[in-house]
Design a protein around this ligand. Structure first.
Ligand code: NAD
Length: 505
């Protein structure tokens, strides 16, 4: 069936205006803002030059010098106002996310809600940047840890979470006393500029925000590299492909700057014999097909126990056959477009490499919008885990395999180079615990009876191996955005040296 798609350009302009972002378009701009819904160009935007990047970072550094001296709870008050402005703008910002990335309405609203949630979390955190008091071996001494603001934080984000990833980083960095410079994906400049406008409204309400505290620099890889190499950037939180992270990580290591890498994933789920199959089916369907397979935590490999394979997999195939694909603005649609032709080509390449029974994967015709790429999600049954299944293809492809023992399933799951997210569906407590144990899943996220995607902000988010090892969002991730000083204070009249060393002069 062909899709009829209406132009989104005027809606994009209207929503930008409602969000208070002046349409940033110039004729010869190097960054093309487009919508995957129709594939049309919405406008061209000026790309930051290397001197623009330096100016932004230097201004952010000056802002940091003042911001770090403001008491953390006051910084939290600013983030509270940011959260309030995001609440006010939630519907419009989500609409822009839908236009620029193609997410269905509930997922776009969910993404903005994550921004609000992390602001709330950061406000509480602004009164809890605790350091330890540590027992010392010397009499009349005190030892403690102090946490201090770090500096200018560079944020590089991927197209698929165009606004939430900025908020996970910025909300924490700001309460920690840092300033932020954000290079969004070149595929999503409009949502970034809209967030910047919201941020500026919060800053006006707060009053005492130093100019330059939060900056956005628009551009592609070259702009990202300039950010990564700038000596005044203390930490780069980079979200995107493993290929990008490998380059960014090496450049940062060369100048001993800190990396926080949130890279690709090749996430798996195990469906054990005791699984609640109805629940597992919904969990798998959302994790594998939701967001058109364009989440870092999307489910890509499924291991189904041989005893239930012939019951479970046909039900899953039926769900694949009936899931509605179409204009993400329409009620009832669950799968929107792929981001661009590159994503569609990668999907087709993987499908042609995989040797197995394939359902789905075909392009949905869009006669009125030839540059839009909608594909039906694909399910491929494999006899063995081949190279193509061990690679992250950022598209809705699920590789399905049989297993016979839990050990085998865990080994198959851990065979991927990435280590982001994983899950098991089981009602057997021993299996669930084994999956989460030291010799179980090797991922940063290991879930039981929910799929691998859709994390909450309260937990530390990130993964191992080629996912980069970074953790952001909840738990104690804030520590990445601060520097730790160990302080030893002698309040006695002697000078005992540590480890009993004698040095009497
Ligand atoms: P991408 O790697 O193409 O781009 C991500 C960002 O990095 C963009 O802003 C891009 O301009 C920038 N960039 C690229 N090369 C760079 C370089 N050498 N130096 C500095 N910056 C550079 O990724 P994408 O296609 O936008 O996003 C999809 C990928 O992101 C997938 O692999 C997905 O798994 C991953 N991702 C990971 C997470 C996570 O939290 N682990 C979250 C979202 C997306």
């Amino acid at each position: 069936m062909a899709l009829e798609l209406k132009s989104v350009r005027s809606d994009a302009l209207a929503v930008l205006e409602k969000l208070g972002a002046t349409p940033p378009f110039i004729e010869d701009g190097g960054v093309v803002a487009r919508s995957p819904i129709t594939g049309e160009t919405i406008g061209r935007i000026h790309e930051a030059s290397s001197s623009d990047v330096s100016a932004a970072i230097e201004a952010a550094h000056r802002a940091f010098l003042d911001w770090r001296l403001l008491p953390a709870p006051r910084r939290g008050e600013f983030v509270r106002l940011l959260g309030e402005e995001l609440r006010n703008a939630k519907a419009e910002l989500a609409e822009l996310v839908t236009i620029e990335v193609g997410k269905i309405k509930s997922e776009a609203l969910g993404e903005v809600q994550e921004m609000i949630d992390i602001c709330d979390f950061a406000v509480g955190l602004s009164r809890q940047l605790y350091g330890l008091t540590i027992a010392t071996e010397r009499p009349s001494h005190r030892m403690m840890e102090s946490w201090h603001p770090l500096g200018v934080i560079g944020i590089i984000s991927a197209f698929n979470f165009p606004v939430a990833v900025w908020a996970w980083n910025a909300a924490l960095a700001l309460v920690c006393g840092d300033s932020v410079v954000w290079k969004p994906s070149e595929k999503t400049p409009l949502t970034a500029l809209a967030v910047d406008a919201i941020m500026k409204r919060a800053a006006r309400r707060f009053g005492a925000v130093p100019a330059g505290l939060s900056q956005v620099i628009i551009g592609g890889r070259g702009v990202g590299e300039a950010l990564v190499d700038h000596p005044q950037i203390q930490l780069v939180s980079a979200t995107g492909s493993t290929e990008m992270g490998r380059k960014v990580g090496q450049r940062l290591a060369a100048r001993f700057a800190r990396p926080l890498l949130e890279l690709g994933g090749n996430n798996a789920a195990i469906i054990a014999p005791s699984a609640d199959q109805g629940l597992a089916l919904r969990g798998v369907a959302f994790a594998a097909m939701g967001t058109a397979g364009q989440r870092c935590t999307s489910l890509r490999r499924l291991f189904v126990h041989e005893s239930i394979y012939d019951q479970f997999v046909p039900r899953l195939k039926a769900a694949y056959g009936s899931v509605p694909v179409g204009d993400p603005r329409q009620e009832g649609v669950l799968i929107g477009p792929l981001i661009d032709d590159g994503a569609y080509k990668n999907m087709q390449k993987a499908l042609s490499e995989a040797r197995g029974g394939v359902i789905g994967g075909e392009r949905v015709a869009t006669p009125s919008a030839p540059d839009a790429y909608y594909a039906r999600p694909a399910l491929i049954e494999l006899d063995a885990q081949t190279d193509v299944a061990l690679r992250e293809t950022f598209a809705p492809i699920l590789y399905v395999m049989r297993y016979s023992t839990l050990e085998e399933a865990i080994d198959l799951q851990n065979a991927a180079k990435h280590g982001l997210s994983s899950s098991i569906f089981t009602l057997d407590m021993r299996e669930a615990e084994r999956f989460m144990a030291a010799n179980g899943s090797d991922c940063g996220i290991a879930n039981v009876n929910i799929g691998p995607s859709g994390a909450e902000i309260g937990g530390a988010f990130g993964g191992e191996k080629e996912t980069g090892g970074g953790r952001e969002s909840g738990s104690d991730s804030w520590k990445a955005y601060m520097r730790r000083a160990t302080n030893t204070v002698n309040f006695g009249t002697d000078l005992p040296l540590a480890q009993g060393v004698k040095f009497d002069v």
